[in-house]
Design a protein around this ligand. Structure first.
Ligand code: A2P
Length: 266
């Protein structure tokens, strides 16, 4: 998919150069690209990302995986063979140009949550992306005693960034100490044998999530939750949390939980 012709980038986007591509599975990949210094965002936000196709911008919402202090940008994407964008994006190579929207937005930001004890970042599939950024933002650690990243996927191979979260981040020169002290990684798998097996909704109902992590059960007075997953996941988790007294936080109106869908499904 190398782009040889010079493309005119629409004014709403930066044209950035791909610097790294990693395929986790046949359904999931990550890529990094250069970042214009004018591209500013808050950890947890998303931007419109895509490619020029037949002279037009073909873009979808993608949360930044990389933290705001990173000089590059990183994204996590599914691959859908007949998806308008991801059928093409999955073939990008180092040196290709990607479109990066100039105006990141989103609700999964620490500002939308009231102060609290534990921050539970619950996600499925590519919903992990905004939490990769948040777990590398020192501000997140300032605000909470514990940060738990509870990532649920179908198969073990889909636990993207598993080694990074469990091994590399605790040894990171700037964040290692904070992450070692405060970050709890709680991966789970639903369609393959794994020590922590099952949907997070079930693991909350049965209390397994709390015995497995050694943490107290969710308490709306003290704990905060961020959700990022499929529509079904978000709807079920929303009902579960609201049934326990959690209140949704939005921009300018902080609450005890915040929610965003994991956007790209095609
Ligand atoms: P399951 O394998 O039981 O469907 P998907 O790839 O379909 O987006 O799913 C990603 C992960 O999210 C899977 O582990 C899936 O479990 C889980 N999941 C899907 N829907 C829900 C839901 N409504 N509540 C909790 N977990 C869900």
């Amino acid at each position: 998919m190398s782009q040889t012709a010079v493309q005119t980038i629409p004014a709403a986007y930066f044209g950035e150069t791909v610097t790294w591509v990693h395929h986790w599975t046949d359904r999931l990949f990550s890529f990094r690209c250069t970042r214009d210094p004018a591209m500013r965002f808050v950890a947890g936000q998303f931007a419109m990302i895509g490619l020029m196709v037949e002279g037009k911008a073909l873009v979808r919402a993608y949360s930044m995986v990389s933290p705001p202090w990173d000089e590059a940008l990183e994204f996590l994407s599914i691959k859908v063979q007949d998806g308008p964008l991801t059928s093409r994006l999955q073939h990008i190579r180092v040196g290709d140009t990607v479109l990066i929207g100039r105006k990141p937005v989103g609700t999964l930001v620490a500002e939308n949550l009231l102060p609290g004890r534990n921050l539970w970042m619950m996600c499925t599939g590519t919903g992990l992306a905004p939490f990769m950024s948040l777990m590398r933002d020192p501000d997140t650690y300032d605000k909470f005693d514990r940060i738990i990243v509870a990532h649920t996927v179908r198969q073990v191979g889909e636990l993207a960034y598993r080694d990074y979260i469990s091994t590399e981040l605790p040894g990171h020169e700037l964040l290692g100490e904070l992450a070692s002290e405060k970050l709890v990684y709680a991966p789970a798998v639903t369609r393959e044998a794994f020590p922590t097996f099952g949907r997070i909704t079930e693991r909350i109902e049965t209390g397994r999530l709390f015995t497995d992590t050694g943490l107290d059960a969710l308490d709306p007075a003290k704990d905060r939750v961020m959700l990022c997953g499929s529509e079904d996941f978000n709807a079920d988790m929303k009902a579960l949390l609201e049934g326990r007294g959690f209140v949704e936080g939005t921009n300018n109106n902080p609450g005890s939980y915040a929610l965003e869908k994991a956007f790209v499904t095609k």
